[in-house]
Design a protein around this ligand. Structure first.
Ligand SMILES: [Zn+2]
Length: 422
């Protein structure tokens, strides 16, 4: 059988009902590009999602054997063992131990899926025999940390499996490529060669598989969440710290308001000198002015308020917004968390019935200069106006408890959910 046909049959085996029945792997399998190679013993993958297949081996392997080896390599890619190896500082000297750890990680995933290749199972068994204290279901980084302290040299797959090929032999297995440890092999195609998957595309594939997994498996009645669910959750919903998002929103808000929005002929364009007689438009930079509206009533958490204010202050000051361009409006003059911000103006905005941020947002129009960006710090329990103040971008920093549902905020505002640590 041609290698391409054998690989296609093995991929089909992996996703088919009545066979391995793992349809959520489809996009991952589809991304893999087959390359025939005598340099590998069986199947190996590089970081660009190329699958190197030994044609002689593939010609005699059973469809499920080939399928299991493909799943093994696919999970190295889905788990991003190459990127994580780099982050962990893996080099040629430590790569073999990392590969052992990453294989334990893959083995855990394949065990949940029921498609562990026999060789990988034996390898994992041997490692666990040497280290009976090794916990189950750990991250590759944790496994690495634990297996690094093995007394003996890193466990390999046994004499028969390891072939000396070139001067890098010893640091390489003949059936693992850079997908497992991020170190390029001599037999791999260069990343830029045709047919490879770029890193950003790889992230998309991971996310697609994670979403497909959650849609198909995680909702099955009686399903017990395990390792794959944790992986899928992490990949599908990466947790980005709110501090970062809030600072980024503030920077964008200032950038957006600070101009290049008003074309004017007031200032000569620098290119004008070389084009005499032609009047080119210049850009007049409008000074950004930022107003912070602080809701200090009700359940607003003082510590969260302080952290959120600090992020915004840091972001806008770094962009050159000075004290005179920064106004703080508070609902309660007694609030002391804003004292370190320059308080150009205070206003009592507490209505009789509690917080009403409509009053605060309306008050922005009376300020001179008029703010071009308003950042509202609130728990969200307030009425909102139907429209933002004219000419003013609005960011709402919603200060929430760890598990609290977020109250509704109008669509004209950029909302950042700032959650307290659980
Ligand atoms: Zn492996």
């Amino acid at each position: 059988m041609r290698v391409a046909d054998a690989v296609a049959a093995a991929k089909l085996w992996l996703i088919s009902e009545g066979a391995a029945d793992l349809p959520y792997l489809s996009e991952g399998l589809y991304a893999l590009v087959t390359v025939e190679s005598d340099a590998v013993d069986t199947v190996a993958a590089d970081e660009s999602w190329r699958l190197y297949v030994n044609p002689a081996w593939a010609g005699v392997a059973r469809v499920d054997e080939l399928g299991r080896e493909i799943a093994h390599q696919l999970w190295h890619l889905l788990l991003d063992h190459a990127g994580r190896a780099r982050a962990a500082g893996v080099d040629r000297a430590t790569a073999a131990t990392w590969r052992t750890a990453s294989d334990l990680g893959v083995c855990d995933a394949l065990t949940d899926e029921g498609v562990v290749p026999e060789r990988l199972r034996e390898h994992a068994r041997a490692v666990r025999k040497a280290r009976p204290d090794l916990a189950e279901g750990r991250s590759t980084e944790e496994y690495w940390e634990q297996t690094r302290t093995l007394d003996s040299a890193p466990l390999d797959r046994g004499e028969g499996d390891r072939r000396a090929r070139d001067d890098t032999a010893g640091a390489e297995d003949a059936d693992e490529g850079s997908a497992s440890d991020g170190l390029p092999r001599s037999w791999e195609l260069p990343p830029e060669a045709a047919g490879g998957v770029e890193p950003a595309q790889g992230d998309d594939v991971r996310r697609s598989v994670a979403l497909a997994y959650r849609a198909a498996v995680a909702v099955r009645p009686g399903h017990t969440p395990g390792l794959l669910d944790r992986w899928a959750e992490q990949v599908a919903e990466p947790r980005i710290p709110w501090e970062y998002l809030l600072a980024q929103a503030a920077r964008r808000g200032v950038g957006w308001t600070s101009g290049r929005t008003h074309t004017t002929y007031a200032r000569p364009n620098r290119r004008a000198a070389s084009t005499p007689g032609i009047l080119l438009p210049g850009w007049r930079r409008q000074n950004p002015t930022v107003a912070c509206i602080v809701d200090t009533s009700g359940s607003v958490d003082e510590e969260m308020l302080g952290r959120a204010l600090g992020e915004v202050e840091g972001a806008v000051v770094a962009l050159g917004v000075g004290g005179s361009d920064l106004t703080v409006l508070t609902c309660d003059a007694a609030v002391h968390t804003v004292a370190r911000l320059r308080r150009a103006r205070d206003a009592d905005l507490v209505g009789g019935g509690g917080t009403d941020l409509r009053v605060a947002l309306a008050a922005l129009e009376t300020l001179r200069p008029r703010p071009t960006l308003a950042v509202v710090f609130t728990d969200g329990y307030t009425p909102w106006p139907d429209a933002p103040p004219p000419g003013c971008a609005v960011i709402v920093a919603l200060l929430l408890h760890a598990e609290q549902a977020a109250p509704d905020v109008p669509g004209w505002a950029t909302v950042i959910e700032c959650r307290a640590d659980p």
